[in-house]
Design a protein around this ligand. Structure first.
Ligand code: HEC
Length: 174
């Protein structure tokens, strides 16, 4: 071998050696990082499918009058268990329902909703009579001012409770 060849061979070996060392170093680094992060995120199959279910399930479920809606309660309970779609606790009376749900619109009077306690805004409505107000609150309606959603969107509330909330609204405007 000429001197030049020897020199080349030495430099070449050195470079290859360095590259191998870098590769081994990267491999070791990757293992260390992985051991800190990867195992922690491994979920059991059941957890995994529950999470997927929670992410893709519909935002809202509606009870349908005259049908068996018991599955709804179970699903809601499951949702709550999975930490998602936690249904607010059922209010105990009309006043609570008003505070939880109706006041979102009727409190500040947004989207055309007549403001709670605003006598002027309610007088003509109260004059329609309670049965009409109940009907509109339960089934929802589109008036000149805006859209009143059925039960204010709280579809799982029993009719009786919604009527009590209407009574509460009427009382506040008298
Ligand atoms: C998303 C907003 C919104 C929520 C929540 C809401 N309302 Fe309304 N409500 C409206 C709007 C808007 C109107 C007025 C519609 C119109 O007359 O054009 C209205 C009107 C009404 C009326 C008058 C009906 C009539 O015949 O004039 C009653 C009673 C009523 N709401 C009760 C309730 C009750 C009870 C709740 C809670 C369970 C509730 N609302 C929750 C928006 C809402």
């Amino acid at each position: 071998m000429s001197k030049q060849d020897t020199h080349f061979f030495n430099v070449f070996s050195l470079v290859i050696g360095l590259l191998v060392a870098v590769a081994v170093g990267l491999f070791a680094l990757a293992r260390i990082v992985a051991s800190r992060t990867q195992d922690l995120q491994v979920l059991t199959e059941a957890d995994y499918s529950r999470n997927v279910d929670a992410r893709i399930h519909p935002l809202a479920r509606e009870a349908i009058a005259g049908r068996d809606n018991s599955a709804l309660a179970i699903q809601t309970a499951q949702g709550a268990a999975a930490g998602t779609a936690v249904a607010a606790a059922m209010p105990k009376n009309g006043t609570e329902l008003f505070e939880q749900t109706c006041s979102a619109c009727h409190g500040p009077g947004i989207a055309g909703a007549p403001r709670a306690g605003d006598k002027g805004a309610w007088a003509a409505r109260i004059a329609e009579g309670k049965p009409m107000l109940y009907e509109h609150a339960l089934k929802g309606y589109q008036g000149k001012a805006g859209v009143m959603p059925p039960k204010g969107g709280r579809m799982d509330a029993p009719d009786e409770l919604v009527k009590q909330a209407v009574d509460h609204l009427v009382q506040m405007a008298q």
